[in-house]
Design a protein around this ligand. Structure first.
Ligand code: FAD
Length: 459
């Protein structure tokens, strides 16, 4: 085992920072190069705290690198979806019938800083900021970077290069442009974009609504969600079509129209958002897309991980979680084949690609589920039954959401196959009236299991 080896990692976001820490813990010399300034030294966007849902698969990655407990100090548990109807009525749809299963709201910059701090403490790590990767020499694990402070071009190289430079990856673009092997690439945009807004804390620093839930205002075509922050505020995200709709980003062009739209669709949220119109025009609108590509590795020298390999839409709250799980999977494969990078890279890609394709597809499914189905009677009946199964038979029943979010022991691909079959089974049984009120919960569960088995068999 040659631990003198040097790993060059491009992109110090969530995946790159965790990967750097873990590779350094394994004894490698690591250089991590990031295009943006060091976020620990720059002032964060005033008043804007962006957060993410962190769940079991992500926690597993943090645990591997020994930073789970530190990260948990930044977490706010969210036990379910708090659904808001147009009249401002709310009800909680729990994520699971098991009390110990919940997701966590965590600050993106807070978590990124924690990982950078931990990586920086390692004597074998060098962090370089303000250097944007331009091109990669894929066969030689070296890359040219622009120094944004001086304008100069510099090169860095390693024994291998790991690309964790996110959805717009320059490392992936070098693979795309290389033309010495077949590189498949697809990018699919949703017709919707997103905009981050805020429910500020009260004057006393308290929360204006329940902090123990992920709030959703599902409206069919569009949707608002809100996740709590430690400072008493909530980060609110609006998902809205760009065009071709009564209300869309293209036609919400004046403060009056923004207020009219929000007051009509989300009246109880408007009451909590004193700076709504101002923020709406200040904050950018972002696109939402899925990127799939292959291969992720070439020449036993370069490998893509995280969003660079598999960017997904955010509706399952799994992009970061999947990227952290990448580190866990990569680490486990290193345990088996350390010393042979070609083998490690191939094994990693072979093991991982079906899972990241699965979570990409599940995330698009969940887009429709969240904006439309969470408000539907049939969906609510299904969730009620599933949470009852989970509460009564905690070792026997796991909903699709639980399989994906709380069961890191099973892969995304397995979770998708089993979860989809279960969904179909329950919806069929509810819809055709087979699940009678007179039946016991056990009888209903046995019917669901039988129907699920048949669907899995037919597929
Ligand atoms: P990134 O976090 O994007 O990091 C990439 C890094 O590379 C950045 O620091 C960037 O500056 C740097 N970089 C880019 N180009 C270069 C270059 N040329 N040279 C050098 N450095 C470069 N996931 C969840 O798990 N839960 C959620 O609740 C969730 N919510 C989301 C909500 C929204 C609106 C969006 C858009 C995403 C959400 N995600 C969520 C997904 C999550 O943000 C990503 O999956 C995650 O950030 C991926 O980590 P990464 O390190 O691969 O990429």
């Amino acid at each position: 085992m040659t631990k003198q080896e040097h790993i060059l990692i491009v992109g110090a976001g969530l995946c790159g920072s965790l990967l750097t820490l873990r590779m350094a813990q394994r004894g490698y010399k690591v250089t991590l190069v990031e295009k943006r300034p060091d976020l620990r030294k720059t002032e964060q966007d005033a008043g804007r705290s962006i957060n993410l849902a962190l769940s079991n698969r992500g926690l597993q990655g943090l645990r591997l690198a020994g930073v789970e407990e530190e990260a948990k100090k930044l977490c706010i548990p969210m036990y379910g979806r708090m659904i808001h109807d147009k009249q401002g009525n709310t009800f909680l749809s729990k994520y699971s019938g098991r009390n110990n299963e919940y997701i966590n709201s965590i600050s993106r910059p807070g978590l990124n800083m924690l990982l950078l701090d931990a990586a920086e403490k390692m004597p074998n790590v060098t962090l370089v900021f303000n250097h944007g990767c331009k091109t990669v020499d894929l066969e030689n694990a070296s890359a040219t970077f622009k120094n944004y402070e001086t304008g100069a071009e510099t090169s860095f190289s390693g024994d291998i290069l790991l690309g964790t430079d996110g959805a717009g990856s320059a490392v992936r673009k070098s693979m795309f442009n290389h033309r010495k092997f077949l590189f498949s690439f697809s990018q699919q945009w949703l017709t919707h974009g997103y905009k981050e807004l805020e429910i500020p804390a009260t004057k006393e620093g308290g929360y204006r609504t329940d902090k123990g839930a992920l709030h959703i205002w599902p409206r069919g075509e569009d949707m608002l969600i809100a996740l709590p922050n430690l400072d008493g505020s909530f980060t609110v995200t609006l998902f809205l079509p760009y065009s071709n709709s009564d209300y869309c980003f293209d036609n919400l062009t004046t403060p009056e129209m923004v207020l009219e739209y929000f007051t009509k669709e989300f009246p109880d949220a408007v009451a909590l958002m004193p700076n709504l119109a101002e923020e709406f025009f200040q904050n950018p609108t972002g696109p939402l897309g899925t990127i799939k590509c292959s291969p992720w590795n070439c020449y036993g020298k370069t490998l893509l991980l995280g969003d660079a390999a598999h960017a997904i839409v955010p509706f399952y709250g799994q992009g970061m979680n999947a990227s952290f799980e990448d580190v866990v999977v990569f680490d486990a494969i290193l345990d088996k084949h350390e010393g042979d990078w070609t083998k490690v890279f191939h094994e990693y890609e072979k093991n991982r690609i079906a899972d990241t394709n699965a979570i990409a597809d599940l995330a698009v499914d969940n887009f429709h589920e969240m904006k439309e189905h969470t408000a539907s009677e049939l969906f609510q009946q299904k969730r009620k039954l599933e949470t009852a199964f989970e509460a009564e038979f905690p070792k026997e029943y796991y909903s699709k959401y639980s399989l994906v979010t709380f069961n890191e022991a099973i892969s995304y691909d397995e979770a998708m196959k089993k979860g989809r079959a279960q969904d179909k089974a329950i919806l069929n049984l509810i819809d055709d009236g087979t699940l009678k009120d007179t039946m016991t919960l056990r009888e209903k569960l046995e019917l669901v299991k039988k129907e699920t088995k048949e669907i899995l068999h037919d597929d």
